[in-house]
Design a protein around this ligand. Sequence first.
Ligand code: NOJ
Ligand code: CA
Length: 660
Amino acid sequence: MAILAAMSSLLPSCVKSEAMTVTSPDGRIAVDFKIAPDGGIYYAVSRDGEVLVDSSRLGLRCRETEIGRAAKVRSVRHSTFDETWQPVWGEESSIRNHYNEMRVDLREDDDCGTLYSLVFRVFDDGVGFRYEIPQQDAIDSLTIMDELTEFALAEDGVAWSIPWDHEYYEHLYEPSLISRLDTVCSPLTIKLTDSCYMAIHEAALTDYAAMNLRVADGTRLTSYLTPWSSGEKVFTACPFCSPWRTMIVAVNPGDLILSRLMLNLNEPCALAETDWIQPQRYIGIWWAMHRKTHTWASGPQHGATTENTKRYIDFAAAHGYGGVLVEGWNEGWDGDWSAEGDKFSFTKSYPDFDIEEITRYAAEKGVRLIGHHETGGAATNYENQMDSAFALCHRLGINSVKTGYVNMLLDGKELHSSQYGVRHYRKVIETAARNHVMIDNHEPVMPTGLQRTYPNLMTQEGVRGCEYDAWSPDGGNPPEHTVTIPFTRCLAGPVDYTPGIFNYDNPVPPYTRPQCTIAKQLALALVLYSPLQMSADMIENYENRPELEFLTRCPTNWEKTVVPEARIGEFLTIARKDIDSDDWYIGSITNANAHQVKLNLDFLDPDTEYVAKVFADGNGADYRTNPYPVEISEKPVTAGGTLALNLAQGGGAAVIISKK
Ligand code: NOJ
Ligand code: CA
């Protein structure tokens, strides 16, 4: 990798001017900003003097003007920020937000004379920057036709990606050379060198289009914003701030998982009261529909009946689950619902689903009904009913709702990741918050950390989840998928993958089922973080299964998270400490290869005796031939010791460590 000699080596040869530089608090990461003699604006990123991102163009091409073509510096201001904040829920109970900022105020030297700023924040774990356009006389609104932000990567490293326009990000991540990438969405995870991993993404996408990436030339990526159907990318009024463009920079892949840069770049919590926001595990009338033994639609196989729901409520109460999701409870499922989403009612239940009686019964048992608002992509139909729908939830004590948008277009016209979609999803979150409802959003725009501001945005799909293990024609999610998404999709925030299938019976070719052992399913409940998480199987498949104990005990809110070992697409071990007790929980997973873990337990309290309860792949376990055996054992452990875990092919291990 090239050594950063002088900033001039980073820029096209025509560029000669003083670098404006800001470094991370530990001094290792540097961002240089420059204006070329022709007025173009550029940045570059280095670590310990090595170039990671070479001179890269910045700018916004608007219908009214172009920003970053004839720039003049007005002022450069430096500042430092250091604060520790407490999320309402999460993978740790407190997060340090420590960065050095450089704000470069600029003026475009053209007829419009647009005033704008580039704001760079450099953290020890990476970089964020954004465009800011203040209120000004010359211009009151902008139509952004293209964002010109580039990421000129210094090496042709390996990138794990999915196409930008595949159905709701439900795709398998593929590794490829950066130079071979098609148009992909972010997060884009990159192994630049053996000691440099990066993830390019964005933070605080609130009223803009999602940023996708495509190769401009060689290893130079350029942003491609999801367009409106009319071709424009973003309509905005001044003052205006773009989302943050983010780059996590890490020595090893485990540190990508531990970075909180995206959350730090979102605005603090906007809600005055948050006591009603409660992370939890739940069960649902769900898998039976995906396995086609029940239907969403009315009729003899209707899953959402009062009787069936009460059975699930009883099971939840008996096993400590906080809620029961019921899909197919409302009018609109009879017919081609994904094409006719405007037939959905979000207040009228089917006659065999007595919502008043069900919510009364649930309250008596200390369980909540979890609402379901599938829109079939008909966003306007949903917006028209949203206030009354969430008011109904509030009245009935339904404090979380799963939303869904199964249609390639919203309102038959706009992409989910367009500004249109982004605005809709934010409206849902805000309306839900006013009614004290938590949201689990399926078919979303890729998350960008908005849960810091709206902690009722609990979790989102945007992943090829466990539903593919019910019906995917390729037989189910391959074993490497779940060892890849923690380093890709999950960097964008909590994921509603819904592991926990215990019964793999499927007599119908191609015999689609989870392509992993049961012990790995347990581990996934810990590894794939989600503050609301469904144990996805039908309750009859959980009866008399001692390994259910791990799912019912595993918390969804943590004091601390560590990543003892990690290799993208191969294996991963995560340990998390419960926020409400001294217990630690560990999940370890592997791809199709068996894997042996010798886990150093140095994260435990010293001089303390613990007991580890291990849910491991049992004798002869193998994801293809024998996925079921789980061996449950207990052994004493201490901070100085190690724990050996033998993961079968496609296997895993889940562990609970408690003080003696
Ligand atoms: C797709 C969602 O991802 C799935 O969980 C849900 O069951 C169906 N849509 C129906 O809403
Ligand atoms: Ca889905």
